[in-house]
Design a protein around this ligand. Structure first.
Ligand code: GDP
Length: 195
């Protein structure tokens, strides 16, 4: 699936701007700096498809990418900027809520969690939104290369416990490192089998 072309389609700031819901769709969500751009770039094998290090507070867009005309890969804006203006945060939350509850073709949301930090309060808000919208989500742990095996186990434990109360959570956790390539093939295979 990812061997073919992957193209940027558009950046969306309102529900009215969404492309036609004519194919399978997956989205990626996570706190800013979680490694979302790096993961999307590793997944698609493109160096700079998703722009890394977004600027806090600037107009946030839902970025659509087309994968082989078979799948929309959706890059949701990073959340959790402490310095983002309240109005920007509200606008983003409203769009996210509409998107998650109103996109019939959305098959799964991948929620990225920094393996060093585990699930934080701001992540919980997204998980609650996904649950309410009944969108199946799967947690992808990022930056696995940055921590020890013992720390990994500790985070996996914390995340499993946190997910126990979320019925929309897909039980399999994915451990990844965009830097080292760990887990990337597994993630690709998961997405490819969604066809
Ligand atoms: P985004 O804001 O979620 O899109 O995060 P980025 O992809 O821009 O990554 C944020 C920072 O984390 C950058 O400095 C990346 O180089 C670094 N980073 C991302 N993924 C990894 C990883 O798997 N391992 C390591 N060591 N660093 C990573």
């Amino acid at each position: 699936l990812f061997a073919g072309p992957v193209d940027f389609v558009k950046g969306v700031v309102a529900m009215s701007g969404l492309p036609p819901a004519d194919r399978l769709e997956i989205c990626f969500a996570g706190r800013s700096n979680v490694g979302k751009s790096s993961l999307i770039n590793a997944l698609t094998g493109r160096k700079a498809l998703a722009r890394t290090s977004n600027t806090p507070g600037r107009t946030q867009e839902i970025n659509y990418f087309d994968v082989g005309e078979k799948l929309f890969l959706v890059d949701l804006p990073g959340y959790g900027f402490a310095e983002a203006p309240v109005a920007v945060v509200r606008q983003w939350q409203a769009l996210l809520k509409s998107y998650l509850s109103g996109r019939a073709t959305l098959r799964r949301a991948f929620v990225l969690i920094d393996m060093r930090h585990g699930i934080k309060k701001v992540d919980e808000e997204i998980l609650d939104l996904l649950n309410k919208a009944a969108v199946t989500f799967q947690v992808v742990l990022t930056k696995a290369d940055k921590i020890s095996a013992a720390q990994r186990d500790k985070t996996l434990d914390q995340v499993r416990k946190a997910l126990a109360k979320h019925p929309a959570a897909y039980p399999e956790l994915l451990v990844t490192s965009s830097e080292k390539g760990e887990g990337i093939a597994t993630l690709r295979a998961i997405i490819a089998t969604m066809q």
